[in-house]
Design a protein around this ligand. Structure first.
Ligand code: PAZ
Length: 310
């Protein structure tokens, strides 16, 4: 039996799984009928529990900037977006205000009759209007479906559900897998039920390898889709080698290679035939431009060609 089948057999689906799977299917079917291309954007880190009634867990650095900015750019390019994100990580549109106390965006007003109201503080109005205009348009067209997960297992169940929904629309679907997914986990049946007691002394844990879901995703769940995976490293000398190995192993279309510290300044778009370095200049960064704009423009062009060739 394949490793990934054993993984799903040994874990439970997340809460509201059936409901979310239905929402995803309906979203895909509606937008596909309306002739839109669709993309699944995965975003944020995954939580790996150490106890079944979880007090402690292992997590990672990802805050969801890549995914949330990319989702906005796909929407701007006319895609319908399923945004599968880690709960409480950054989300499209609201991310612009994630570091501000929203109360500081507002000020109190008192009218002539003495009643009190609130208004947007003038210094924040123009930014709010810019974001609101784009958000409003997305709401009107209903082109963004947000689905959240918390644990590794929740993520994998929902990833499979979305990929399977995409299997009905062939090459018009793109999978953009930017989430930072844990490579290690403790199987459900090996987790202690209760909080691990420090009185028992130093903790030693053995974790299993998470099955590489890119394999069934490309071969079985959504074989006709345009699939983009990410490769993050901290050692520049192995980055491109590992990106190419992934392409060879899984036979998908694109790997975006990035280094932890420079991921907002440069990435390399790696395909079977080429490596394209995407770089942000200081002046572009100063104007607030984000690297995802360049990445998505490039991928939309590649996806277009992929659809024409299919
Ligand atoms: O979420 P974020 O913006 O903080 O980081 C983005 C990223 C580095 C997680 C992403 O670009 C990426 O490389 N994801 C795949 C990581 C990996 O499993 O190799």
């Amino acid at each position: 039996m394949a490793e990934w089948t054993t993984y799903f057999e040994g874990s439970n689906p997340p809460e509201k799984y059936v409901e979310n799977r239905t929402r995803i299917k309906e979203f895909v079917s509606r937008h596909s009928k309306e002739g839109r291309r669709l993309v699944l954007v995965t975003s944020g880190g995954t939580r790996v529990p150490l106890e079944s009634r979880t007090v402690r867990f292992i997590d990672n650095f990802s805050v969801g900037t890549r995914g949330s900015v990319s989702a906005e750019n796909f929407l701007a390019q006319g895609y319908a977006v399923i945004f599968l994100h880690r709960l409480n990580s950054l989300e499209p549109f609201t991310r612009h205000f994630s570091r501000v106390n929203f109360l500081d965006l507002l000020s109190l007003t008192i009218t002539a009759d003495g009643s009190t109201g609130v208004q947007v503080d003038p210094q924040h109005t123009s930014k709010l209007v810019r974001v609101m205009e784009r958000y409003q348009q997305v709401k009107e067209t209903d082109t963004l479906l947000s689905v959240s997960f918390l644990s590794l297992s929740d993520y994998l169940y929902l990833l499979r559900a979305a990929a399977e929904a995409f299997s009905h629309i062939g090459p018009a679907a793109m999978l953009y897998l930017a989430a930072a997914v844990s490579d290690f986990y403790i199987p459900h049946n090996e987790l202690p039920e209760h909080k691990i007691q420090s009185a028992n002394g130093p903790l030693q844990i053995t974790m299993q390898m998470t099955p590489k879901m890119l394999s069934p995703l490309v071969k079985e769940w959504a074989p006709q889709a345009f699939t983009v995976s990410f490769k993050l490293e901290t050692d520049t000398s192995i980055l491109i080698i590992k990106a190419k190995q992934a392409l060879q192993k899984y036979s998908h279309q694109v790997v975006i290679a990035n280094i932890l510290e420079t991921r907002k300044m440069t990435v390399t778009i790696v395909t079977r035939d080429e490596e394209e370095v995407v770089l942000m200049s200081d002046s572009e960064l100063d104007t607030g431009m984000e690297i995802e704009e360049k990445i998505i423009t490039d991928l939309v062009r590649r996806h277009q060609k992929f659809c024409q060739g299919s």
